[in-house]
Design a protein around this ligand. Structure first.
Ligand code: ZN
Length: 298
């Protein structure tokens, strides 16, 4: 029922909304229509759909929120850390855009466009995700005089992934394909209420060690990669401070070409060479990672 501008590529919207229900999508389309009509546009275009998606998934832009220069710089380095690592990690999701415009609870955002709905997660992808999630904190450490609380969510998420890899998905070679801990879940509450320990204290220590190793390896790899690509981080930060939002394409150019190419160059140039294949940061490098891990978890 809503008029769509000619040439709007809905596949971009589709890739940017993995896991959204039909109702969520309807919500986004309605919001996009409101945004377009507020600007007296005759039809809804990709910008309106993007803005609507960001607003519904992450909250309203807080442009009125006064942010001092120092905070903006901190956010720019933090987000650039995530973004540059996602370009360098071949198994990470493709980068969509990076922004330092505060939205909802977030001061900045690095968004990805997964190529397909992920119904199962491969081990390589999870390891790449761990490295990318460390990028914010590592960039603060490498480029700024002090670290801050902004990485709270990243660290929490990385810890959950590493814990699930070891305890639920049998992805640790040392501990093998066993599930640790019985969850008594109240499904209707949608959260874990009780985790009973169904293993020995000795195993508990080994679980701790494995989770630690996964996180520490990801952190060290993130540190090494960002240290090796300092120029790329600096350039991306400069662009973010000047423009507030930088596309994933521009960030890829910064890493691969050391600058942002013109659109003419992009049209003519051969596809850029993939970044050198990195060694996989795993606690147990001897084990062959499974291509896809069957998983019943979301
Ligand atoms: Zn972050």
């Amino acid at each position: 029922k809503i008029c769509l501008a000619e040439g709007t590529d809905l596949s971009i919207v589709a890739r940017g909304t993995p896991g959204c229900s039909g109702a969520d999508l309807a919500n986004i389309v309605n919001e996009a229509a409101l945004i377009a009509s507020r600007q007296d546009k005759p039809a809804v275009d990709l910008d309106d759909l993007e803005e609507a998606r960001d607003k519904i998934l992450w909250g309203k832009e807080r442009r009125s929120h006064v942010i001092d220069e120092e905070q903006q710089k901190l956010t720019a380095y933090h987000e650039a850390g995530h973004a540059i690592l996602s370009v360098l990690e071949p198994d990470a999701d493709p980068l969509h855009k990076i922004t330092i415009i505060p939205r909802g609870m977030a001061l900045g955002l690095t968004a990805f466009l997964p190529k397909k709905d992920r119904v199962s997660l491969s081990r390589k992808h999870l390891l790449a995700q761990l490295v990318v999630s460390m990028g914010g904190r590592v960039a603060e450490e490498l480029f700024l005089p002090d670290i801050c609380t902004g990485a709270r969510q990243d660290i929490k998420q990385a810890t959950q992934i590493a814990h699930s890899m070891v305890c639920e998905w049998g992805m640790s070679e040392k501990l093998g394909p066993r599930a640790f801990g019985k969850n008594e879940e109240l499904v209707f509450l949608g959260r874990e209420v009780n985790r009973t320990q169904d293993y020995s204290n000795r195993t508990a220590e080994r679980i701790d060690d494995e989770v630690d190793a996964l996180l520490r390896n990801a952190y060290e790899r993130a540190h090494r990669l960002l240290d090796e690509h300092r120029d790329a981080v600096e350039l991306l930060v400069k662009e973010l401070l000047a423009r507030e939002t930088v596309s994933g394409e521009d960030a890829v150019d910064i890493v691969r070409y050391g600058r942002i190419r013109t659109s003419a160059e992009r049209g003519d140039a051969p596809p850029p060479a993939p970044p050198p294949a990195p060694d996989v940061p795993v606690a147990d490098p001897a084990s062959p990672p499974p291509a896809e891990t069957p998983s019943d978890s979301p």
